[in-house]
Design a protein. Structure first.
Length: 245
């Protein structure tokens, strides 16, 4: 097995479980490539890449690219970021086993909660985005995060396209302190879980954070007041927007 040199027995078992036989050598070859800075956490990163791929070679290639840029991003994407033992508890799903999650249906369920919260204040849907055209364009976007056959996660992104500084808030809200941060971010749904719990969590945050934001920040002047009065006090600037914690 030319592509398996340097791979542990655990990694080989995971590859042979996740991938169809015709793709296993290609997967092993990718896992043996130069991982750059990820070499310091190589075993953990390889398992993270395999979880991220869920048996898809293109996703495995993307995981490798992610790790070469910053291996911590890969660990976070796989849910291994801030728990150094999480990879020990992961069990791959056999190749060909059907998905147990209907991601699109779950997304539509969240969109219905967005509609209930924002349509009454003038928002209209465009695909996975909801927009309201005022002096400040307001947008809410539903993003689907890491998805496997047994787990998916969603994020809601609020943006205010103000000048000179726009603002972005992600839901669930990012915690202010690194010590509180977890790889378990997002609205997470696992196979067999209660869909109502997912929808209630999203609806609660929409009512608590999204609707008040969009009702208040309709003008450039009001957004600037948000910086002055401390509403946007904890933030980082990224590409001209204040990312609020």
């Amino acid at each position: 097995m030319a592509g398996s040199q340097g791979l542990s027995a655990e990694i080989l078992r995971a590859v042979e479980t996740l991938f169809f036989e015709k793709n296993q050598e290609l997967a092993k070859g990718l896992l043996c490539e130069d991982w750059g800075t990820a070499a310091r956490e190589l075993h953990r990163c390889r398992l993270a890449a395999l979880k991220y791929s869920d048996g898809d070679l293109s996703k495995l290639e993307h995981a490798l690219k992610l790790a070469r840029i910053d291996y911590r991003d890969l660990l976070m994407a796989a849910g291994f970021g801030y728990d150094t033992t999480a990879h020990l508890n992961w069990r791959p799903r056999p190749a060909g086993e059907p998905s147990e999650i209907d991601t699109r249906r779950l997304a539509e369920g969240i969109h219905e909660r967005v509609r209930a919260a924002l349509a009454p204040i003038g928002f209209e849907r465009y695909g996975d985005d909801w927009r309201c055209e005022k002096e400040v364009r307001q947008t809410l976007g539903l993003l689907t995060g890491l998805t496997s056959r047994v787990e998916t996660r969603f994020f809601v992104r609020l943006t205010l396209d103000a000048e000179p500084r726009g603002v972005m808030l992600q839901l669930p809200r990012l915690p202010r302190g690194r010590a509180e941060f977890s790889g378990e971010q997002g609205y997470i749904f696992r196979a067999g879980g209660d869909e109502g719990t997912l929808y209630r969590a999203a609806a609660s945050d929409l009512d608590r954070y999204a609707k008040p934001w969009f009702e208040r920040f309709t003008t450039q002047a009001e957004v600037e007041r948000g910086f002055g009065d401390g509403t946007f006090g904890a933030h980082l600037m990224a590409e001209g927007r204040a990312v609020v914690f």
